[in-house]
Design a protein around this ligand. Sequence first.
Ligand code: CO
Length: 304
Amino acid sequence: MQQNTTNQNLVSDETKTRSVLHVTNAKTTLEGEGFVVHRAFPNGSIREFDPFLLLDEMGPIVISAGDAKGAPDHPHRGFETVTYMIDGVFEHKDSQGHSGKIQAGDVQWMTAGSGVIHSEMPEKEFLQKGGTLHGFQLWVNLPKKYKMMNPRYQDISASKIPTVQNDGIKVKVIAGESMGEKAVIQTRTPIMYLHFTIQPNAQVVQTIPQTYNVFAYVINGEGLFGDKQISAHKEQIVFFEQDGNEITIKASNDISSPLDVLLIAGVPLGEPVVRYGPFVMNTEGEIKQAILDYNTGKMGKIDF
Ligand code: CO
């Protein structure tokens, strides 16, 4: 890099901080049996942000004993659902005979592939006691060649997720690489999923490949994003331009609590997206087939 900085022809060696494309507000909506979610997208003009199809913040919501709602049996085909719990306990069951708890700090990366039916409900004990439920669900699209792959699960407990703390910055590396740590989760296409907690006035400088689409979701606090230090706060989404290889996020210095933010990035697939509820394929015909396969029981059922 050193001798190239004066040579205009070798720009690829230089770092360039990305600018912000736009900032939007998450929309409060109800999912499943009436569970409150803040939907980052699809929302208004943003249908998807290739390769990402949806991001929901579930809660945070304080649930009184016996009152917890969830998402009973429903199918998925053609993409991946990534559940990341911050607080509370979810229970998962599916048509492959797989079941488990997702607790605070755990991640479940489910590749639905050709199809699964699953349920995502607050855990029984949690339901009896009540408490705070808070988590995220991200939908990651699969490229055409992997849409009909066999379903796959990666259940990663909080203790296995690499965490680095340094100079007022903490990062949990769910996917990709940050501050010298690599994620344990494997992704079908290159994905970066980082949870940063940034103390007031500290700044993150995250290297990101030029080809990735990048967005940030503010969980708590307020920060300044990108080369022009655009401000965004809790429940806002920051979409970045594809104009550099570095992302900067600075926590505002006039806040008492740290900035809590998800930074999510991936290589755009550039393929047609046809979505119908829980099915995301490349053509209308493939959607019709998915509906038929679901209705004729080809995606199985939860029978335990
Ligand atoms: Co689901």
